[in-house]
Design a protein around this ligand. Sequence first.
Ligand code: AMP
Ligand code: FE
Ligand code: FE
Ligand code: ZN
Length: 306
Amino acid sequence: MIDLHCHTTFSDGTLSPTALVTHAASAGVRLLAITDHDTVQGWDIAIEAARSAGIELLCGVELSTRLSGVSRSVHLLGYFSSRPDPAFVTWLHELQESRRIRNATLLARLQQLGVDAQWSEVAALAQQQVGRPHFAILLVRKGYVKNLSEAFEIYLGEGGKAWVGREEPTLAEALERLRIAGALSSLAHPVRISRDWKRLDQLIAEYAGRGLNAIECYHSEHSAEDIAQLSALANRHGLTLTGGSDFHGDTKPGVNIGVGLTRSPLVPALLADHLRARIGLVRSSDRNADSLLSLATRRPRRAANR
Ligand code: AMP
Ligand code: FE
Ligand code: FE
Ligand code: ZN
């Protein structure tokens, strides 16, 4: 199985990078990507575990970007064959700083609303990086809301009482940063932008011309109809298909690694070779790295949509 969208304790997931790898291996995942929000640190920790488990592990990241006319952040995935260069990592540190500023304002706003919450309590729920799900867990534990989705609906989401925006790069800037860093870029769960397929088509046409390489066609939130629409769209614009569960462990109950909300693999196994080649992934045991990469560049575009 393939799962190219997973979170660990380095962002808002509940499994450590090594626990994620072990869990993925036992679930039958063979090609895995860690795609934490704004950080690639989990990959460094997990790569050895992945080698021992015989899993191919991609280094990924999920970026929150802004796009005019879209009220929610637009999520963009980036995939690297190994750790990205220091310039890209420095840029990630800037994004983490904007997240820290947002978190402080968010806490102050919750306190103004009369919520009894201290920074130490929120921070204690996170291992590395604090995100809104950690605020959500605290709101549930303290009885302000019934569950995580209510926490987002009432307090933390766009339109929620404590909603705070965050300084985010534009989608165009994030694409350019990924391109320079040599990553494969993929638009995450595009249906969260819109299910107006014409509008999505126009948007993706524009960004395909600005460096977007792929779209996340397979995702826990995508219906069969979404998948059909998105793969047709990718086909029209010569984009690669990616997919993953968006596994977060206990922060997204019901979403299982490799299969999402279902019992069968989310991502067609046939995509594996193509994705490996596109991302330049080389198995740790593969000594013919160059041939794999040159194969990727020689491959006709249509192969992207197998
Ligand atoms: P942040 O990156 O800190 O702004 O937090 C965003 C994360 O919160 C997303 O990646 C999801 O994991 C989670 N999230 C966003 N909206 C919801 C929601 N309505 N219900 C549950 N979790 C959500
Ligand atoms: Fe998340
Ligand atoms: Fe996302
Ligand atoms: Zn995600």
